[in-house]
Design a protein around this ligand. Structure first.
Ligand code: FES
Ligand code: FES
Length: 172
């Protein structure tokens, strides 16, 4: 099959390029558009490090052929900070030491963005479910859970409470 023109709106900016059929969204973002926040982990849809938002929904970009999302809006971690300032989720990850080694962080933040956009007051269970497709190899889900719940409070305009404990264990 021959290459085709693909149009995306990436982080609010219209982008148009030629892609061979089957080229993944992840490869396009990283290798063609130079947006490297979404990481290559498993390339099989099981680790979540490549998660970006397509039309506001989290997708594993390693499994998506870019031509199938032509015309869609794509949001990556590069589009989260506003005017160079970290948003509430990013700030909460920093303040709660949730970045750890940082490899999974972009994917974790993108699922958190999608969760808080649709539910400003999620429960611990909601957060656990939202990140259930994202592997943290540091085995440190507790700080990530705390950070996302803290980000929700910040977005609601409540005072930040870094380090507030979370009950139970988050399994993937
Ligand atoms: S790299 Fe896409 S899910 Fe692992
Ligand atoms: S912070 Fe290291 S893999 Fe999650």
């Amino acid at each position: 099959m021959s290459s085709q023109i693909v149009s995306l709106v990436v982080n609010g900016e219209p982008r148009e390029f030629i892609a061979r059929p089957g080229t993944t969204l992840l490869a396009t973002l990283r290798d063609s558009l130079g947006l490297t926040s979404a990481k290559r982990g498993c390339s099989q849809g099981s680790c979540g490090t490549c998660t970006v938002l397509v039309d506001d929904r989290p997708v594993t970009a390693c499994l998506v052929a870019v031509e199938t999302v032509s015309g869609c809006s794509v949001r990556t971690l590069e589009g989260v900070a506003v005017g160079g300032d970290l948003d509430e989720v990013q700030s909460a990850f920093v303040d709660n030491f949730a970045t750890q080694c940082g490899f999974c962080t972009a994917g974790m933040i993108m699922v958190a963005e999608a969760l808080l956009d649709r539910d400003p007051d999620p429960s611990q269970e909601d957060v656990a479910e939202a990140i259930s497709g994202n592997v943290c190899r540091c085995t440190g889900y507790q700080p990530i859970m705390i950070a996302i719940l803290d980000a929700a409070r910040r977005r609601r305009g409540e005072s930040a409470e870094p380090g507030q404990p979370v009950e139970g264990t988050v399994a993937r």
